[in-house]
Structure formats: structure tokens, C-alpha cells
Ligand binder design. Structure first.
Ligand SMILES: Cc1ncc(COP(=O)(O)O)c(C=O)c1O
Length: 382
């Protein structure tokens, strides 16, 4: 079956953040895509909706089986159902990790640019500090700056928050980088929270395979929490489904205890969407990846020719790209593109690095080209 990623589906007025927050702007910001989700997921949701009782849900056998199967076939993991902690989203999990493992005066470490909640979840605990270390670009490739991390770590640092693949740099970290990171965490007694929400959005797995936190050597697993979800890949983020993999019992108990009564029960549709994604979504995902990869090439070719002042990152994964706009000499490039071109882009300031924007290319190619044209048309106004 061939899936359609070209049709522009109107979204305004459907109660979505991307289009309805600033309806006057053309949105290329928040991380959701303008593609219809896999029809197999829609069918599963309709099927579940036909049963007219929507009471409190729990993970049913089908979603547990499909998830364990996914973890085996995709990540080579043998996991027990009891090692999955179901969640309504990954961001709450980041916050729970802060509450579970940090006391007042402790610190959380992460690297910038970074998905904004990584820079803010420490506020969910009382008096927790943030240590943020810039990623470094070595020979054209973004990586972790272990020397700077060593220089900045404190005895009070408890957690390391990792985004892999990295949002917004689109980098897929290698096994050796991850082992160095796990060793760093072990040396400094940190819990490693590995947010892998984008791990099924890698363009070329032969070149850049995903290494799951839980496929690192077993000596590290008592300090690793891996966070996963089909939500980004299958464009079902509004349904709210995610899970943490925690194979160490003591770690799991502390994480779960931090939930208290702060987490609502998980949406029944989330479980059914996740099951359908993992059971039936693979052909759709493969076609999506081919489409996104072509979008990235199109964007690069267009901006390289028409906007040499911009440095556009080359992504190994994700549909979110990081654009260095410092060559424009503007104080706030996102605001410039908003005011002059009517575009809604993500401002790098919120990712810890001003002078940049994050551009979401997860949309039909015709719309992508319209957005790029609007950007390029206002470059000379800077
Ligand atoms: C790295 C990363 N983590 C988490 C999320 C959001 O997770 P959730 O919607 O499940 O809270 C995003 C969304 O863009 C993300 O990029």
C-alpha cells in the first residue's frame, strides 16, 4: 500500500496547538507533523470508540504484547511487562525523575541546544539547579563535550537528561558515545534519563543505528531510565501515550513513588493507538522516513542556493532542523520571520541558544516549499 504524504490537510480549528495557537501565522514550530497518521491507527481508534464505555483504562494484553515485541525486534531487548511504566507523556516522566532523585540543593545536567522542557523540569523540584553544557561540533558532527561536562559536574548532581536522537540537532549518538556517557554517569553517580521519543525517525539506520539506553552493558542498567513512545513517529502526540523502561527494581520503585497522585489515568485510546502503531505501522513508517528524508534534501538544496547566510544543520533523524541565523545579524531571528514573513518558527532562545531557529519540516513538500520561500523573501529585510 502506498500512503499519501503530499495532500495538504487543513488543520485550523481542530483544537491543535500547532495551527490554533497563533492562527494568523504559518506554523513550522511545535513537533507534530501535518500528515494523517497511519490509517491502521485510525481504524483501531474507531474500533475502540465503537465500544461506548470509556471508563478507566489499563494496558491490555494486546498493547503489552505489541510493545514487548517492538522492544525485541527493534531494540534487541528482552523486557518483562513489569519493567514498563506506562505514562501519559515523556515530559511528565522527566519531571518525575527530578522529583524522584533530587533533593533541594541538587542539580540536573543536560546539553544545549535542547528541547525546552529539559531546561525547565528542574523547577518542578524545590531548589534544584540546572547545569547546561553546550554540545560541540567536531568535524561537522554535533557531540557531547565530555571535558566541559567533567569540568562542570558537582557532587550534588543527580541526573543527566539525554535526548537521543537529539532534538533539535537531529544527531543519533553512537554506542561509543553512549558508553562514555554511561561511564560518566557511573563515575559521578548520576541517573541517566534517556529520552528516545525520536528513535524511530532515523533516516539511515545502516549508517546511524539507534542504540537504546537499555541495550548498553548490564552494569549500567541500575542507573538508566529509557523513555519511549510511538507518539512522534506516528503523529499521535495528542493522544498521550508513553512508557519508561526501568529494569532495576529499586530505581523503578523510587520513580513510581514520585508519581504520588499527580498523574491521571492513561487515556484508553492511547493504549489502542500504541498497539496499532507497533503491530501494523511499519510500512507507513518506512514511507514516512523516505518522505522526510526527501524533505530534508529539498530544504537543504533550496536554502543552500537562496540563503547562504543561514547554516542549516544536517539531520540524521527527526523532522526538526536547527538553523544558525547568526549570519543575519538579527537579535531575534524567529521574531523577524514572524513579523516580516508571518512564519511561526521555534526560537532558539528557548533551547538555550539564541540566534537560531528550529524548523519543522514534517509537512507536505508543497507546504514546506511555501514556508521556505517566505523565509527567503524576508532575508534581505534583515
Ligand atoms: C525530546 C522530546 N521529548 C519529549 C517530547 C514530548 O513528549 P510528550 O509529548 O510525550 O510529553 C518531545 C516533543 O517534541 C521531544 O522532542
Amino acid at each position: 500500500m502506498t500512503y499519501d504524504f503530499d495532500t495538504i490537510i487543513p488543520r485550523r480549528g481542530t483544537g491543535n496547538i500547532k495551527y490554533d495557537r497563533r492562527p494568523e501565522l504559518d506554523p513550522f514550530w511545535v513537533a507534530d507533523m501535518d500528515f494523517a497518521s497511519a490509517p491502521e491507527i485510525t481504524a483501531a481508534l474507531i474500533e475502540r470508540a465503537k465500544h461506548p464505555i470509556y471508563g478507566y483504562a489499563q494496558a491490555h494484553e494486546g498493547v503489552i504484547e505489541a510493545t514487548l515485541q517492538y522492544l525485541t525486534s527493534r531494540h534487541g531487548l528482552t523486557i518483562q511487562a513489569s519493567q514498563l511504566v506506562w505514562l501519559g507523556g515523556l515530559v511528565p516522566a522527566l519531571s518525575l525523575a527530578v522529583k524522584a532523585f533530587c533533593q533541594p540543593g541538587d542539580a540536573v545536567m543536560t546539553c544545549t541546544p535542547s528541547y525546552p522542557p529539559f531546561l525547565n523540569v528542574h523547577h518542578d523540584g524545590a531548589k534544584i539547579d540546572l547545569i547546561s553544557i553546550p554540545h560541540v561540533n567536531v568535524d561537522g558532527q554535533w557531540t557531547l563535550d565530555f571535558a566541559a561536562m567533567e569540568a562542570s559536574i558537582t557532587a550534588k548532581t543527580r541526573l543527566f537528561l539525554l535526548s537521543n536522537p537529539q532534538n533539535p540537532l537531529g544527531r543519533v549518538f553512537t554506542r561509543s558515545e553512549l558508553i562514555l556517557l554511561a561511564e560518566f554517569c557511573q563515575r559521578h553517580n548520576l541517573i541517566l534519563v534517556s529520552d528516545e521519543i525520536h528513535c524511530d525517525l532515523i533516516f539511515n539506520e545502516t549508517l546511524t543505528p539507534h542504540v537504546c539506553g537499555h541495550s548498553l552493558p548490564s552494569e549500567f542498567l541500575d542507573r538508566i531510565i529509557t523513555l519511549l513512545s510511538p507518539s512522534k513517529t506516528y503523529n499521535i502526540a495528542g493522544i498521550g501515550i508513553a512508557y519508561a523502561l526501568i529494569t532495576d527494581d529499586a530505581l523503578k520503585r523510587r520513580f513510581i513513588a514520585a508519581r504520588g497522585h499527580t498523574q491521571s489515568e492513561i487515556n484508553t485510546f492511547g493504549y489502542y493507538a500504541a498497539e496499532a502503531a507497533y503491530r501494523h505501522g511499519e510500512p507507513w513508517r518506512q514511507q514516512l522516513l523516505a518522505y522526510l528524508s526527501k524533505n530534508q534534501e529539498t530544504m537543504h538544496a533550496y536554502l543552500t542556493e537562496k540563503a547562504p547566510q543561514l547554516i542549516v544543520n544536517h539531520n540524521e533523524a527527526t523532522y526538526l532542523t536547527w538553523i544558525d541565523c547568526r549570519g543575519l545579524g538579527l537579535e531575534n531571528p524567529a521574531l523577524h520571520f514572524e513579523k516580516e514573513a508571518g512564519l511561526f518558527l521555534s526560537d532558539g532562545t528557548f533551547f538555550g541558544v539564541p540566534g537560531h531557529v528550529r524548523f519543522n519540516f514534517g509537512c507536505p513538500r508543497a507546504h514546506l516549499l511555501q514556508g521556505l520561500e517566505k523565509m527567503v523573501n524576508v532575508l534581505s529585510l534583515s
